[in-house]
Write a new protein. Structure first.
Length: 154
């Protein structure tokens, strides 16, 4: 079992708890009922309904385990973090040759690059952590290096 810390906002933790509750109280019983019904149709070796339900059961049980692990290892992100340096929970305004961009540094469970939420474990997130306004930060990725200048931290 993975004991790696899960950095989560209060909102992110609440969403994971709600998803876990839905999986345990709704999806798991639904699938158990489908498996029961499919078993009553006879031969299980050629029963597509049974196979589909068993596959979905495996997925749901895996997701339940993953959610339980994330929640158990949750470390809440301090929403009142200092703004003198980049930390998990910071929203960082950076400038590069391509222009200005804004990123919010979050834990990997809440990362959504399309929404500007990047993981603290991503190359950009790792490079920005600990730096201050005005710092130039070099980000190393397989495609090459690029530089950001930190313009603001919230």
């Amino acid at each position: 079992m993975n004991n790696k810390p899960s950095y989560l906002s209060r909102e992110g933790l609440d969403k994971l708890r709600a998803e876990l509750d839905e999986m345990v109280t709704m999806r798991r019983p639904e699938i158990a009922a489908r498996i029961h019904d499919a078993k009553e149709h006879g031969d299980l070796q050629e029963n597509a309904e049974y196979e589909d339900a068993k596959n979905e059961q495996a997925f749901v049980e895996g997701r339940i385990l993953a959610l339980e692990t994330l929640i158990k290892n949750a470390i809440l992100i301090d929403e009142n973090h200092a703004t003198d340096h980049v930390a998990i929970g910071s929203t960082v305004l950076v400038e590069s040759q391509e222009g200005k961009e804004s990123f919010t540094i979050v834990g990997s469970a809440e990362a959504d690059p399309r929404d500007g939420r990047i993981s603290n474990e991503s190359p950009v997130g790792r490079a920005l952590l600990g730096h201050r306004k005005g710092d130039k930060v070099v980000v190393r990725v397989p495609a090459g290096d690029f530089t950001y200048r930190i313009v603001g931290i919230r």
